[in-house]
Design a protein around this ligand. Structure first.
Ligand code: IVH
Length: 698
């Protein structure tokens, strides 16, 4: 059998051959090799992957069917963002969800708030835009702001009406596309018979079919669609969610028949149990239940957080659990130097997905303690060779639930965390703040640099497709990529790709190189939030990047605030942002104060154009772009709601007063802020006047 590097070499060869024949077969209905030859190639890949499961992710030969879902779909901006849902995992989470709603809306316990119960279909969301009743465009969710235009394929879905009886000029219907379980079984049997790898679950089958570059009529006929919301202004159709679902039916859409309205939490949770127990008998996969506030007026008041509505929650079903063994514990070094232990597992199927590694978080987790020092797993540690139960948290990152100590080998020993960085050999340090063990050689630890480069190209950052982890490592070791700007110089530096073809090996042909350069080219224009996230600054994750980008809107304004912060040695302009804490500000200033980091960013700016953060529905009001501070309590409205109203009116709500603040809104029993505002000369306004100013009748 192969050594690992031989396996990589052979997989490259096979992936090129298989990709070519798949493309011919699926996109052009032709074959360049016999079915037997195709089968043989696939079985060779299967054998290699069985020995080196970690390569499965890299080459992605087995889990794809048909030609690679193509990035050639036109990218389209959503008319309004497609949000995701926050998750709840138990009754307490749901109880808190309702409590927060009551507090935001200032509604007492004695008054009911109706909630709509809808199954959370495990498919993919789709936005259908109708112009004067005719289907104009169908767009996938994408990153929530920009999706892919899949109109041609969506037209083939029987549940998607091509025209609907409406007078509304532009109507956007959103819902879930899914592959029914029965059709999924049949499809997989056919695929296996034809020597193709089956889809691992119905969700992938739905996604693969909808995102197939060349439409497949037969397969698309199996796709189904449940409508559950509109893109904006639901009032145009109904006053509440329940009625909206009925109206969807009148327009010719299918809606889910499990949906109900409840005004009592106990009954709602009872129905949750009922649906959970009938889950296996449904002809579609559901991974939880969505609860939505029924009344659209209340929904509108509740509004959205950065990525999810306050008026809905997904009550997830308990994760599926499987048993396997830990073959090894490896240490991975992250882009910020954190040493993360990872369990390498004997591959196991967890709820339809093959899992071969699981996070072990940190030293405490391995020892059997949580981050507060409390025992987890009754204090049992985790060792190499242990039999464990694994689950997928929120169906994403695999985690270890428990250890079966009775099956533990008598000779096994507790895991010892390294004292030196496995990559650069610097002594590692324990950071009490987040229980992390960190390599502080930030500038020159190779593993950190490579992790930073991988992060830069990742999907939620600049999203350069076709650059797997191993390829980045090779590009780094071959001295072609040392810092982010190098990706944009790769074409010139690699002799227009000829060098890449030579050293990346046979799997890389002219076509894959061209695709790679195209993908790099499309990253030359990038939205501010993604750009900030791509820099990999510690504590500046996706959410923080969005908040910061939403506040400054343009790179110039952001960078200016940073420059002022550095020159004055004070991040005041950044502290003002609600949701951006001290740790983040300190980290931003530290990053940009570092000449080397700043040079890297400025170098990058020679190649990329940073697009301003798009603000949807920006309205001009008396307080647009004004900086406000609230003090005291307000009549008939919670502070959270008042803040949200100010934001909807285009203002920025800050926590602390300074000379930068335009207006202090004074409620009942205000605190010391009034005095401070007088000293600073900040204008003040009482709540009644303020409500008139922004024309709200709450
Ligand atoms: S409402 C603003 N309702 O869940 C809320 N979503 O994590 C928008 N989903 O991307 C979603 N069934 O793909 C809603 N009955 C349902 C749903 C549902 C499935 C999916 C949807 C969305 C994801 C949110």
């Amino acid at each position: 059998m192969f050594t690992k590097s031989e396996a990589i070499y052979r997989l490259r060869e096979l992936s090129e051959i298989i990709a070519k024949s798949r493309e011919l077969y699926f996109n052009f209905n032709q074959s360049d090799i016999t079915d037997q030859e195709y089968d043989q190639n696939i079985s060779e890949v299967t054998q290699i992957i069985a020995k080196y499961p970690e390569l499965d992710d890299e080459f992605k030969i087995l889990n794809q069917v048909g030609a690679t879902p193509n990035s050639k779909f036109k990218k389209v901006n959503h008319l309004t963002p497609m949000y995701s849902l926050s998750n709840g995992f138990n009754k307490e989470d749901i109880f808190n969800f309702l409590k927060q709603i009551r507090s935001f809306l200032d509604v007492p316990e004695s008054k009911n708030i109706d909630l709509v119960f809808e199954p959370k279909i495990d498919g993919l969301s789709l936005s259908l835009i109708y112009k004067n009743g005719a289907l104009f465009r169908a767009v996938t969710r994408g990153d929530g702001q920009i999706g892919e235009d899949v109109t041609e394929n969506a037209r083939l879905i029987p549940d998607v009406p091509l025209s609907i009886p409406t007078e509304i000029e532009t109507l956007e219907i959103r819902g879930e596309v899914y592959f029914p379980n029965s059709a999924f079984k049949e499809l997989n049997e056919e695929l296996k018979k034809a020597g193709n790898k089956a889809f691992s679950n119905p969700r992938n089958a739905a996604s693969g079919t909808l995102r197939q570059f060349k439409s497949n009529k037969e397969r698309s006929k199996n796709l189904c669609f449940f409508a559950y919301s509109v893109g904006s202004d639901p009032h145009k159709l109904a006053d509440n969610q329940k009625t909206l679902l009925k109206i969807f039916n009148d327009l010719g859409f299918k809606t889910n028949n499990i949906s109900r309205v409840f005004s009592n939490l106990e009954q709602l949770l009872k129905y949750y149990e009922e649906i959970f127990s009938m889950r296996p008998s449904l002809n579609y996969e559901i991974d939880g239940i969505v609860y939505k506030v029924n009344d659209f007026r209340l929904q509108e008041r509740l509004g959205f957080r950065s990525s999810s509505p306050r008026w809905a929650i997904a009550h997830k079903f308990p994760a599926e659990i499987s048993i396997t063994v830990i073959e090894d514990i490896e240490i991975q070094i992250g882009r910020t130097g954190t040493l993360s232990p990872v369990a390498k597992l004997k591959p196991v199927n967890v709820g339809g997905v093959i899992v071969s590694s699981a996070t072990l978080h940190n030293k405490d987790f391995i020892r059997g303690f949580d981050n507060k020092g409390n025992k987890i797993r009754s204090g049992v540690d985790i060792r190499r060779g242990d039999w464990v139960t694994v689950y997928r948290a929120g169906d994403v990152i695999p985690k270890i639930k428990n250890v079966n100590v009775s099956k533990r080998n008598a000779t096994s020993e507790p895991f010892k965390f390294p004292l030196f960085c496995p990559s650069c050999n610097s002594r590692v340090e324990f950071d009490k703040a987040d229980s992390a063990i960190r390599c502080h050689n930030f500038q020159s630890c190779k593993a950190q640099i490579i992790a930073g480069l991988k992060h830069f190209v990742s999907k939620k950052a600049v999203n350069i497709e076709g650059l797997g982890g191993r390829i980045i490592e090779e590009l780094y070791h071959k001295d072609l990529i040392q810092q982010p700007a190098d990706f944009f110089r790769l074409e010139t530096k690699s002799n227009h790709g000829l060098d890449l073809i030579e050293f990346l090996g046979k799997g890389w042909g002219n076509k894959s190189i061209r695709n790679l350069f195209n993908s790099i080219d499309s990253a030359r224009s990038i939205r501010l939030d993604r750009f900030l996230f791509s820099l990999g600054i510690r504590h500046i994750g996706e959410n923080a990047s969005q908040i910061i980008a939403g506040y400054f809107v343009s790179w110039e304004k952001f960078y200016n605030a940073i420059r002022i912060g550095i020159s004055k040695n004070d991040g005041q302009l950044l502290y003002e942002i609600e949701g951006v804490g001290q740790l983040m500000v300190a980290s931003l200033l530290e990053f940009f104060s570092d000449t080397k980091e700043r040079k890297k960013v400025e170098d990058l700016l020679n190649y990329v154009k940073i697009e301003s953060f798009i603000k949807h529905n920006k309205i001009e009001t008396a307080i647009t772009d004004k900086k406000l501070v609230l003090t005291g309590s307000f009549k008939g409205i919670s502070r959270a709601e008042l803040k949200s109203i100010c934001e909807k009116n285009g203002a920025k709500v800050l926590t602390a007063l300074s000379t930068n603040v335009d207006l202090l809104i004074v409620g009942q029993s205000p605190g010391s802020k009034v005095k401070k505002a007088n000293e600073l000369g900040v204008k003040q306004i009482f709540e009644e006047e303020f409500k008139v100013l922004i024309d709200t009748d709450i």
